[in-house]
Design a binder for this molecule. Structure first.
Ligand code: MN
Ligand code: MN
Length: 454
């Protein structure tokens, strides 16, 4: 069903609403890559998936997963067809824009202990001040142990935050362009204001460090080898008086991660080997060992081929990729009635119209887009229509308005068919993003149809 309102499809909204409950829990608990991986593993294990490390051979119907360095994951259901017929891959990212503590973050100024941050991904910096923030992450110590830090989610926890000028004294600030109203080096998190007894210099900072030492057993220097993410505090909530939407942090792209993973969990005995990969670092260019550019996926598929008895698994993997089909499950810019001028309305993603296919993410003449082949797109249309999935097409805004990238082109380099397919989001990259529950559900149905289609 192309570009039609999906709410009208449902006489009974219960399946749509119930699916959103599971999703709200997933993003409320999975606010970092590591936490999203942990939630994904819980779901995978409950569905009978086991770690690939435990397998000495594989057979059709087997369900396995591989966790890469605690920050990304690939899950597989081995199909009844030979691997040479290609994989069906759903790939989403589980990193979201945020503020990271610097390696040497702590300082004291005028009676406040503060922590310096470096923002991660594209943020409108002015959106991150005067809201309650939580800290999540790990501190890795020289003795080889890792300590988890979580502050700000439990209602008895304190929260932290970043200050902004009072309106009364903002005459100069408000003359600045939006990108400069709050500057990157001013995104410093307030951590405390009590000076510890007996300390003369930096007594407030000393007190905060004492609290961290008591609670986590860590020293100031240990934060050099830490990964502490500053994210909006609190759970995802229903949004709108009709509860049609979800407000939460990190829909980009955990909404496509959850729906892709659920699609894999809810199918049985597929013909093609089906895969869900959840990657890290998309928001900073898919770099590093846990990003989409990493060979972790290639290596994992090689291992799968080997465990299925391929005598030349490296060569086999090349051919498997060439025969594969992929949906790059990533969010689209939802058409916002308050800001209509940035979209071409004929080629925009609308809330309530279902799964969004997008050939032209990217910018400046499609640079960084997947520009999927029309032959593949025709197969997608047939697959969605036969499964009665509501879907729409979109570009990421008007030509010359800007743009953005996804992981699609990276997997496309393996000579597989790839197109972006995801969910429309309002407030993308803001601390509170919005999605429509019916789009979340239609995406899940669309991803399932993709995995199972001939
Ligand atoms: Mn994204
Ligand atoms: Mn993004």
């Amino acid at each position: 069903m192309y570009r039609e309102n999906a709410w009208k499809k449902y006489e009974d909204l219960a399946p749509v609403m119930e699916f959103a409950e599971g999703y709200k829990e997933f993003i409320s608990l999975g606010k970092t890559e590591r936490l999203a991986v942990r939630e994904a593993v819980k779901l995978l294990q409950a569905a009978g998936f086991s770690p690939i490390e435990k397998k000495t051979k594989l057979a059709p119907g087997d369900k396995v997963y591989f966790v890469n360095k605690n920050k990304n994951i690939a899950a597989f259901i081995i199909g009844s067809s030979p691997l040479a017929e290609g994989l069906r891959i759903l790939g989403a990212h589980i990193d979201s824009p945020r503020l990271d503590l610097k390696e040497n973050p702590f300082y004291e100024k005028e009676g406040f202990a503060l922590a310096d941050t470096h923002y991660y991904g594209g943020v409108k910096k002015y959106q991150w001040v005067t809201i309650p923030l939580a800290l999540h992450g790990v501190v890795c110590k020289k003795d080889g142990t890792t300590v988890e830090v979580h502050v700000g989610e439990d209602e008895n926890d304190p929260v932290v935050g970043i200050t902004d000028l009072l309106i009364h004294l903002s005459a100069d600030q408000l003359q600045k362009p939006g990108a400069k109203v709050i500057e990157g080096e001013d995104l410093d998190v307030s951590l405390g204001s009590i000076p510890v007894d007996g300390e003369e210099k930096e007594a407030v900072k000393a007190n905060v460090l004492r609290i961290l030492k008591e609670k986590y057993g860590v020293e100031e220097e240990d934060f050099v080898s830490a990964e502490i993410e500053v994210v909006p505090a609190g759970k995802a909530r229903d949004y709108g008086l009709d509860r049609s939407m979800v407000a939460g942090y990190g829909h980009d792209d955990r909404v496509c991660a959850y729906t892709s993973l659920k699609a894999l969990l809810d199918i049985d005995k597929p013909a093609h080997t089906c895969v869900c990969i959840l990657v890290d670092k998309e928001e900073i260019g898919s770099v590093g060992a846990t990003g989409a550019h990493s060979v972790f996926f290639e290596n994992t598929v090689t291992k799968i081929a080997s465990l299925l008895g391929e005598s030349h698994p490296f060569y086999a993997t090349r051919l498997i990729f060439e025969a594969s089909k992929m949906l790059s499950s990533d969010v689209s810019a939802g058409y916002d009635p308050l800001y209509p001028s940035v979209n071409d309305p004929k080629n925009a993603a609308y809330f309530g119209k279902g799964l969004v296919f997008n050939k032209y993410t990217g910018s400046r003449g499609k640079s960084g887009s997947n520009d999927a082949n029309p032959e593949y797109y025709a197969w997608i249309r047939k697959t969605m229509d036969e499964a009665n999935v509501h879907w729409q097409n979109a570009e990421l805004g008007k030509v010359d308005q800007g743009g953005g990238g996804t992981i699609a082109y990276i997997l496309g380099n393996y000579n597989m068919n790839v197109i972006d397919a995801g969910i429309a989001v309002h407030n993308m990259h803001a601390p509170m993003e919005i999605v429509s529950k019916v789009d979340v559900y239609e995406a899940y149905l669309g991803y399932k149809a993709f995995l199972l289609a001939e």
